[in-house]
Design a protein around this ligand. Structure first.
Ligand code: ASP
Ligand code: MG
Length: 474
């Protein structure tokens, strides 16, 4: 079970999770053969907003804003201290937990002193600092469990055995080593009836330096551990009901999807209500371990199950419509691009070297233009790089649409179904919306197109209507 940052944001919530979710599921013998408790590993995120605050601290260190650093760090420390002192009813647990937290705050302050002295944030020191958000939470949730009589033990991702490469900020687990170590650490604990509480988001490289797995990485920690120990299932406890047919802020009768496939989840999770780490599904794909997204604030809702072969909705063509806002379209043209091998390579290289991520690509067979979508915040940098390196040579002109949105229609039922594109584009055309660019991969899992951003919400509603997604659960 993994708990997201909003689910652990107060003493009441932490107690609730310990008692009404973890303890209850542990004892719910209807889930197994009825003979013993369920073995659960808990993975916990930082309190919502703390990772963002720590990132801000890094920015302030570089700018030399020491008073800002102090005030953010002070308020983070106070927040955790307050939770530590008020959480347990057992006084000796309160003392133990408080001193664990005090010690961690000291470690964090020492690290910050070093970083401030140098006015420098390296990828390595940044990951070390960011790790504290999760590192404070693991002992806290652990003591909440002890306080209600569950034998629990807290571990960092490193203690749990997650070994990664040294790509700080976006590290990848070395799965073979990780599997051996995680099994070695976690399985004996489970066999002895001890409940491990592991920090999400962090691991360590082969030299023992703390690494982070990328934003939203706690989900990833959960799937890594689940895969290593061959778990029966994963529950991602969060603050939304699950994956939905559309963003409920745009479509008021958007529905929670009961089941989706791994492939569909990857298409929709990035931009839906529940952000899933892009690689979080990777560790469980082969083993087919089902993942359930559940809402801690609405346990009556069964949420969404992500699995290999869903049986629900087998006759549905489309399952979700998503909009990716705040993107821009760049269209490059030039007759020297025609029939010249390596053209796309050179363009993408220039963007790649400038660390610009391309979200969507399209080129027609005339080869005289290539269209790309990038995040709006990357637009300046992208146009600059193309201008400096290629304009006047390979490229004749660069055209830009600043405020664009990608609309993506997702569903494995589109594969091999005729007429989907016709329905999509007719529905959009009926609302007077112009389509600027189109892309569909040959997997046919999604059909994506670009519109001006002011039409984004209309387009999503039009498609939600067209495919009757409001009635998908009936
Ligand atoms: N705390 C980390 C983040 O905010 C990891 C997570 O929440 O999953 O990105
Ligand atoms: Mg999170």
């Amino acid at each position: 079970m993994k708990f997201g940052g909003n689910a652990v944001a107060s003493i009441d919530r932490i107690r609730y999770i310990a008692r009404d979710i973890i303890a209850r599921y542990r004892e719910d013998t209807t889930l197994t053969d009825g003979s013993s408790i369920n073995q659960i590993v808990v993975v916990v995120s930082a309190i919502k907003g703390v990772t963002d605050d720590l990132i801000q601290v890094c920015d302030s260190i570089v700018r030399g804003e020491s008073s800002k650093v102090d005030s953010i760090v002070h308020s983070i420390g106070e927040r955790y201290k307050k939770i530590a002192s008020g959480l347990c009813s057992n006084a000796s647990y309160t003392d133990e937990l408080s001193s664990i937290i005090e010690e961690m705050i000291r470690e964090m302050s020492d690290l910050l002193k070093g970083m401030m002295l140098l006015n420098e944030v390296t990828p390595r020191s940044r990951d070390y600092l960011l790790s504290f958000g999760e590192r404070f939470m693991a002992p806290i949730l652990c003591y909440a469990l002890k306080d209600i009589g569950i034998e629990a033990k807290y571990l960092t991702g490193k203690d749990a055995g997650i070994v990664t490469d040294s790509n700080y900020g976006d590290a990848r687990p070395l799965m073979d080593t990780t599997r051996l170590r995680v099994r070695h650490v976690i399985i004996p604990m489970l066999e002895q009836g001890v409940l491990p509480v592991v920090t999400g988001f962090i691991g360590a490289d082969q030299h023992g330096n703390i690494t982070t797995l990328g934003r939203g990485g706690s989900d990833y920690t959960a799937t890594i551990i689940a895969s290593c120990i061959d778990a029966d299932g994963i529950m991602l406890w969060t603050d939304v009901d699950g994956l939905m047919t559309a963003d409920p802020k745009i479509v008021k009768d958007a529905q929670v999807l009961r089941e989706v496939s791994y492939a569909e989840a990857m298409e929709m999770a990035l931009f839906g209500a529940k952000y899933l780490h892009p690689r979080a599904l990777e560790p469980v794909l082969d083993k087919g371990i089902p993942i359930r997204i559940r809402n801690v604030f609405n346990t009556g809702c069964q949420g969404t199950t992500i699995l290999k072969n869903p049986t629900a909705y087998h006759n549905k063509i489309v399952k979700a419509v998503t909009a990716i806002r705040n993107v821009s379209l760049i269209d490059v043209r030039g007759s020297s691009m025609v029939g010249a091998p390596g053209t796309a390579g050179r363009i993408f290289n220039v963007l790649g070297e400038n660390r610009i991520n391309i979200i969507m690509i399209s080129q027609g067979p005339s080869e005289s233009s290539i269209s790309m979508v990038v995040r709006k915040s990357d637009l300046d940098k992208a146009v600059n790089a193309l201008e400096l390196n290629l304009l006047g040579r390979l490229i004749k002109s660069i055209n830009v649409t600043d405020d664009a949105a990608i609309i993506a229609v997702v569903g494995s039922g589109m594969r091999g179904t005729k007429g989907v594109a016709a329905r999509v584009f007719n529905a959009v055309a009926d609302r007077g919306i112009n389509v600027i660019m189109i892309a569909q991969g040959s997997s046919e899992l999604n059909l994506a197109f670009v519109v001006e951003d002011r039409y984004a919400e209309d387009a999503v509603r039009a498609l939600h209507d067209e495919f009757d997604l409001d009635a998908i659960n009936q």
